[in-house]
Ligand binder design. Structure first.
Ligand code: 5GP
Length: 139
């Protein structure tokens, strides 16, 4: 497997080298908004320690990330009065991964509403409001 590259965009977010809209963090994980949201409330959960994806993550990294995914998913469902939540997670280029630091996508979903196409930059004011709404709904 290719080695972890600490110049990936999420590593830079973790180091504070580029900005992000933070939703939640604890000792082991960070949740922030995706800047090309495919749903309102689309956010990402990452471990604070390096790994490319599920294939090289330790059990401890996966456990801490999944605990945060569950916590934020419930908050996002409440904040957006969503009917459900879609989780996405991609591994290596052939698996659809573009940023090589483990992450889970959280999407609040409403019945009958499709996800938007990928790769479209979102409205930063709306993304900021959405981050605040999810954060406010956390336990
Ligand atoms: P994946 O690797 O799972 O295919 O997707 C990476 C995700 O990172 C995409 O949903 C993309 O919109 C998001 N992304 C790419 N660059 C940035 C960035 O600079 N900041 C944030 N917050 N998200 C990003």
């Amino acid at each position: 497997m290719t080695a972890y590259d600490d110049q990936n965009i999420f590593a830079k977010i973790l180091r504070g080298e580029i900005p992000s809209f933070k939703v939640y963090e604890d000792d082991d994980t960070l949740c922030f908004m995706d800047i090309m949201p495919r749903t309102d409330g689309h956010c990402l959960v990452i471990p604070k320690t390096p790994c490319r994806n599920v294939l090289d993550a330790t059990d401890a990294q996966l456990a801490s990330v999944m605990a945060t995914v569950k916590k934020v998913a419930n908050a996002a469902k409440a904040a957006f009065e969503a009917d459900g939540i879609t989780l996405q997670q991609f591994n290596e280029t052939a698996g659809g991964q573009e940023v090589f630091h483990l992450h889970f996508h959280i999407h609040p979903r409403h019945t009958g509403v499709a996800m938007r196409a990928p790769g479209q930059m979102g409205d930063m004011d709306a993304i900021k409001r959405h981050a605040e709404a999810i954060a406010a709904a956390l336990d």
